[in-house]
Design a protein around this ligand. Structure first.
Ligand code: DQA
Length: 150
């Protein structure tokens, strides 16, 4: 069974209360439950990790070599963190970048992602559906592809 790691970055623990007009009313637990529901349907194992700390996210990615894919919403670190980008590049696990909001319709400092260049794709602006689509996509990737650099 494939194992997918779902990483959420800073302030995403505040979802539900945090700027609901931008991020919607679902809490992080609600989002994780929806991901889990789909994972059970398509026979994939998921593990969730949320941290407000850049170093902890980097540590988690560096230890993720056993996973078959990573879904990452690095939140504000998307726009600042070369460290998270380098960690994703180092592990050779396919990753998909997700954002709840459409970062390209927002402030210009959100238009650049350090992470997208080391991901197979980016989904922004589709709310929780972005995570669900990313999960389907990682689940259907041929396993050899994920293991190409291990
Ligand atoms: C976000 C977009 C980022 O610009 C922002 O800093 C976040 C959340 C999103 O999911 O839309 O915290 O990643």
């Amino acid at each position: 069974m494939k194992k997918i790691l779902v990483i959420n970055g800073p302030n995403l623990n505040m979802l539900g209360m945090r700027e609901p007009e931008i991020y919607g009313s679902l809490t992080l637990a609600d989002i994780q439950n929806k991901i889990l529901e789909l994972a059970n349907q398509i026979n994939v194992k998921v593990e969730f990790f949320q941290s407000n700390s850049e170093g902890k996210i980097i540590d988690k990615i560096c230890a993720a070599g056993d996973f078959d894919g990573i879904i990452i919403n690095a939140a504000a670190y998307t726009h600042t963190s070369i460290g998270i980008r380098d960690a994703l590049a180092a592990v050779s696990v396919e990753a998909i970048e997700v954002h709840l909001s459409n970062i390209y319709r927002r402030e210009s400092f959100r238009h650049h992602s350090y992470i997208s260049g080391v991901c197979i794709g980016q989904i922004a602006g589709l709310g929780v559906d972005g995570y669900l689509f990313a999960l389907r996509k990682l689940a259907e990737l041929p396993k050899e592809k994920n293991e190409k650099c291990k």
